[in-house]
Ligand binder design. Structure first.
Ligand code: SF4
Ligand code: MG
Length: 318
């Protein structure tokens, strides 16, 4: 399949304020996103998934490495070129309440992308577009004049989705889009996102800590730990084969997707280490039940298995 987003040796280090110390939020990752797919990105909080999403959209400048979108290196684009590029890539945030201006009506929120990118459009033309968007995300015409606080969480996220698709993007990063919603509402919003994906031929990068939603929604899955990719492959390969010890631990923590009834939960012992002082060698070694001597010294690189899955582990895995 055709590569839409090509990420190479991407790093993002943040200063901590303490001299000479940095947080290695993203520590040298390379991966691709194919046109038309949904790539799930999963891991515990602080693993670098949101930072990766922002780097991919060039909302953050990488410390090192490149993001190529449809053949264009984003860090080499001129301001005007980046502006055009912005229309093609969008983001849906976790908390629609925080990301929508409370002083603006739905119309004012949704007219903004057109005002910025299509100054030639008349108010009537924009109104028609906003009406179309509202219908697309399952809101009603009378919602156009309402304010964010007048909506439920699910409806607010529908407004967030409408804003993201206003300019017909090709690629959308969804950063925990349903995590702030009631479980009963999550499925509705996920289904809407599926419909919209088909209708607009979108490619998604879907960030979530919820392995059940990832399983339902994604074609491929990338598992992150402390700023690193530990495993990436098709959904079936990740959920069935579960090759990396960290993937095993994550998946076994969810009762109803355990492989077999009698499979025991593998406990993740210890806290996630700090990305300021990441462990030597394999970042997962302090919590890994298979840890060997080499794991403390050498960082394992991603190796490609026969089915295309890539796994970063010193164990003999096939
Ligand atoms: Fe565990 Fe070693 Fe594999 Fe890291 S490299 S996941 S410590 S076995
Ligand atoms: Mg996050």
């Amino acid at each position: 399949s055709e590569v839409l987003v090509d990420v190479k040796n991407l790093k993002k280090y943040f200063p901590t304020g303490e001299k000479g110390k940095t947080v290695k939020a993203v520590d040298d990752i390379s991966f691709q996103i194919y046109k038309g797919e949904t790539l799930g990105v999963v891991g515990e909080s602080g693993c670098g998934k949101s930072t990766t999403g922002r780097l991919v959209l060039h909302l953050l400048e990488p410390t090192e490495g490149t993001v190529t979108f449809d053949g264009q290196d984003l860090s080499r684009l001129k301001k005007s070129e980046m502006r055009t590029m912005r229309k093609r890539m969008q983001i849906i945030f976790q908390d629609p309440y925080a990301s929508l201006d409370p002083r603006k009506t739905v119309f004012q929120i949704l007219e903004e992308p057109y005002r910025i990118h299509h100054p030639e459009m008349s108010r009537e033309e924009i109104y028609t577009q906003v009406e179309r968007l509202i219908a697309c995300v399952g809101l009603r015409p009378e919602h156009i004049t309402r304010y964010p606080h007048e909506f439920s969480g699910g409806q607010r996220q529908r407004v967030g989705i409408a804003r993201a698709i206003a300019l017909n993007p090709e690629f959308v990063v969804c950063d925990e889009p349903v995590s702030a919603l009631d479980v009963s509402i999550q499925a509705q919003v996920i289904n809407l996102m599926q419909d919209i994906k088909k209708e607009f031929s979108l490619t998604y990068m879907f960030i979530s800590h919820d392995l059940r939603i990832i399983k339902h929604f994604c074609d491929r899955v990338m598992v992150m730990y402390l700023g690193n990719i530990v495993e990436i492959g098709t959904k079936d390969a990740i959920y069935e084969k579960r090759r990396h010890p960290y993937t095993q631990a994550l998946l076994s923590a969810i009762p109803n997707i355990r492989k077999q009834e009698n499979e025991h939960r593998i406990l993740l012992t210890g806290d996630i280490p700090s990305p300021v002082n990441p462990p030597s060698g394999c970042p997962f070694h302090p919590r890994c039940r298979y840890c060997m001597d080499i794991c403390k010294k050498e960082k394992p690189q991603l190796k490609t298995m026969a089915d295309g899955t890539q796994v970063a582990c010193h164990l003999k895995i096939e």
